[in-house]
Write a protein that binds this ligand. Structure first.
Ligand code: NAP
Length: 307
């Protein structure tokens, strides 16, 4: 039994989804924004965003996410906490299966973002006992302690710098001898006395009775292994798209990101994707916002063509 019918359902309330909502509300579209966790997206755990224009001193991801949320709410976007299990297309409708109900919509924008990738070296056992994916959330637990961070991208380097506000020492382990992160972040990290780089290396194991006590590291050029006595392990080895619920519905690339054209159209007419969840060359707040605006415009054109 179908309970509710919308013109547009947006799934995910990060920067892309909130922007899509803001544009939809201003266009007078009957819109619902669904979010399964806290609105704001991945940025809410970022301590500083300094490449989003308009904030000369930068601002925290939490502040930026909250400002976007307030803006969407002020414009009347209806936001509901709910998880989407799957989506189907039937005639001119999309059927969206939620936890305990089913809704329908003429169009859907998927803006579910991405989640941290795991190493699968036994870290699951130590989540909450020293393993973390979020420095903003957990860094204060490591005051004057030694931690290992893993990864060479923007997240690993930026968050390692943040960790040094608390930790005594941060070992940053990267699998190559060159970082992927933006130059400005690299320069800051290289200048930071508390960060020691361990290049060409992988974390191969984590040991401890209850909490982390020891981290095993292997140099992949020499095959030599060493142990670092550390209390924490922060893992920042990239992201996985949150697309499991559409894997049989939409065309995905080989990494699982949604394939779109420049108008954010997916392989299913009336379904659009925006932000980190789609196959895109750059994943930033500014690009997610552009995606969200374009996706809503495309949805609006699709709705008008149905009339
Ligand atoms: P990323 O750019 O994909 O970097 C992931 C890093 O983890 C890479 O250095 C990669 O090594 C390494 N890695 C991947 N798999 C690994 C494995 N199994 N074992 C060991 N290392 C592994 O991911 P990210 O840093 O999370 O960033 C995600 C996106 O958000 C990017 O587009 C990034 O620019 C953006 N972002 C931007 C900012 C900012 O602008 N300030 C901050 C955070 C994130 P290789 O380099 O060898 O591939």
């Amino acid at each position: 039994m179908l309970e509710t019918d919308y013109d547009l359902v947006i799934i995910g309330a990060g920067p892309a989804g909130l922007t899509a909502g803001i544009y939809a509300a201003r266009a007078g579209i009957n819109v619902l924004l669904l979010e399964m966790a806290a609105p704001g997206g991945q940025i809410i755990v970022s301590d500083l965003i300094e490449n989003y224009p308009g904030f000369p001193r930068g601002l925290s991801g939490f502040d930026l996410g909250n400002k976007m949320l307030k803006q969407a709410e002020n414009l009347g976007v209806k936001i509901e906490t709910n998880q989407v299990d799957s989506i189907k297309s039937l005639d001119n409708k999309k059927i969206i299966y939620l936890n305990e109900k089913t809704i329908t919509s003429k169009t859907v924008i998927i803006a579910t973002g991405a989640s941290p990738r795991k190493l699968h070296i036994g870290e699951e056992k130590f989540i909450g006992k020293g393993v973390s994916f979020c420095a903003t959330c957990d860094a204060p637990f490591f005051k004057d302690k030694t931690v290992v961070a893993v990864g060479g991208g923007d997240t690993a380097v930026q968050e390692s710098i943040f960790l040094t506000k608390f930790a005594r020492k941060v070992y940053l382990v990267h699998r190559r001898d060159q970082l992927r992160a933006t130059k400005i972040l690299q320069e800051r990290a290289f200048k930071n006395d508390k960060i020691e780089f361990i290049f060409d290396s992988l974390v191969t194991g984590i040991d401890g009775l209850f909490n982390i006590e020891n981290i095993k590291i292997k140099n992949i050029k020499t095959n030599k292994e060493k142990n670092i006595q550390a209390n924490g392990c922060f893992i920042w080895v990239g992201i996985m798209p949150n697309t499991l619920f559409v894997k049989d519905f939409l065309e995905l690339d080989k990494k699982g990101f949604i394939i779109t054209d420049k108008n954010m159209k997916t392989s299913v007419p009336g379904v659009f994707a925006a932000g980190d969840v789609r196959d895109t060359p750059l994943r930033q707040v500014s690009t997610a916002i552009g995606d969200g605006a374009i996706a809503t415009q495309s949805a609006e054109h699709f709705i008008m063509a149905l009339i």
